[in-house]
Design a protein around this ligand. Structure first.
Ligand SMILES: Cc1cc2nc3c(=O)[nH]c(=O)nc-3n(C[C@H](O)[C@H](O)[C@H](O)COP(=O)(O)OP(=O)(O)OC[C@H]3O[C@@H](n4cnc5c(N)ncnc54)[C@H](O)[C@@H]3O)c2cc1C
Length: 260
């Protein structure tokens, strides 16, 4: 394939699986639709003692949201913040950051002292977008390169792997035969666009209706939708199933690579 800057990548097919800042998708000038993401996240670790039960929990209070994922001897934490507010939070200093986090998530109060400075806190910017065409002659984008996913639901990796399986199923055997591939790349997009649209729509709703509302300063209570799921545990299975298993599951059916 030939890139917009004139560089040439010599292969029958280049798979752009280089993530949400894909240089290949930019170079190929594939058309992109930005769905907007009103949030970013500060990520950090807080040490903890091992417990027999898993203490993963999300905390919302007074315009703050903190997620603590129990990884055994530490919590992987995310403080979700409105997009564009990172610098202001940082400017208030690490002491204030520790206090704010401990106030909303008391379970972190003891271990948070180990955050010595903002060097221990990483800002991860959240993007939600998708290409409207995933392919160009000699190129196919998959995963975040085709559709950047938000961390909401923790499903971006599932979708990226499902794209790869679908691409292998549709392309491996024709590639072995030396068939033309461009129509088949379009078939990969057709197969995978539907689940991407559904999951991104769910993520967008959560961004706007749940997280956006929760982060609104002065809002002391979690949004109605979250309180509802909190009260009726059985209902939590519905989004969990959609997110966990995916909208269109993929199973490997491509031929095995002949052993050398
Ligand atoms: C803050 C945050 C938290 C998230 N948390 C989760 C989660 O818990 N669970 C989940 O399922 N999803 C999560 N996601 C989404 C998830 O990270 C992505 O959807 C998923 O990683 C996409 O996989 P990918 O293989 O397409 O891209 P990536 O995982 O981004 O992989 C791209 C790879 O390409 C390499 N690369 C990039 N450019 C080049 C280059 N020029 N040359 C060579 N190599 C290159 C990169 O080093 C990287 O290894 C999160 C996203 C964000 C922003």
């Amino acid at each position: 394939m030939t890139l917009a800057n004139g560089d040439e990548v010599r292969a029958r097919l280049v798979i752009a699986a280089d993530g949400r800042r894909s240089v290949l998708r930019d170079a190929a000038q594939l058309p992109c639709r930005d769905l907007g993401a009103p949030i970013d996240g500060y990520w950090f670790r807080v040490a903890k003692a091992r417990t027999p039960d898993n203490r993963t929990e999300g905390y919302i209070d007074r315009g703050q949201m903190v997620i603590a994922i129990d990884r055994g001897d530490y919590f992987q934490c995310a403080r979700v913040i409105p997009k564009g507010s990172a610098e202001a939070i940082r400017a208030k200093g690490i002491d204030r950051f520790r206090r704010d986090v401990a106030a909303v998530a008391p379970i972190l109060a003891e271990g948070i002292a180990t955050l010595a400075s903002f060097d221990d806190v990483k800002l991860l910017s959240v993007t939600l977008d998708r290409l409207t065409r995933w392919h160009a002659p000699g190129l196919l984008a998959i995963g975040d390169a085709a559709h950047a996913m938000s961390p909401v639901g923790g499903v971006g990796i599932n979708l990226a792997i499902q794209d790869a399986v679908a691409a292998a199923n549709l392309l491996a055997e024709p590639m072995q035969r030396g068939a033309r591939l461009d129509g088949l790349c379009a078939a990969v997009q057709r197969r995978r666009m539907f689940p991407v649209r559904i999951v991104q729509a769910l993520q967008h709703i959560v961004h706007v209706r749940v997280i956006g509302r929760a982060l609104r300063v002065g809002s002391p209570r979690p949004p109605l939708l979250m309180r509802f799921f909190d009260r009726v545990p059985l209902l939590r299975r519905i989004p969990a199933r959609i997110l966990g298993l995916g909208v269109r599951r993929e199973h490997i059916s491509s031929p095995r690579t002949p052993s050398r």
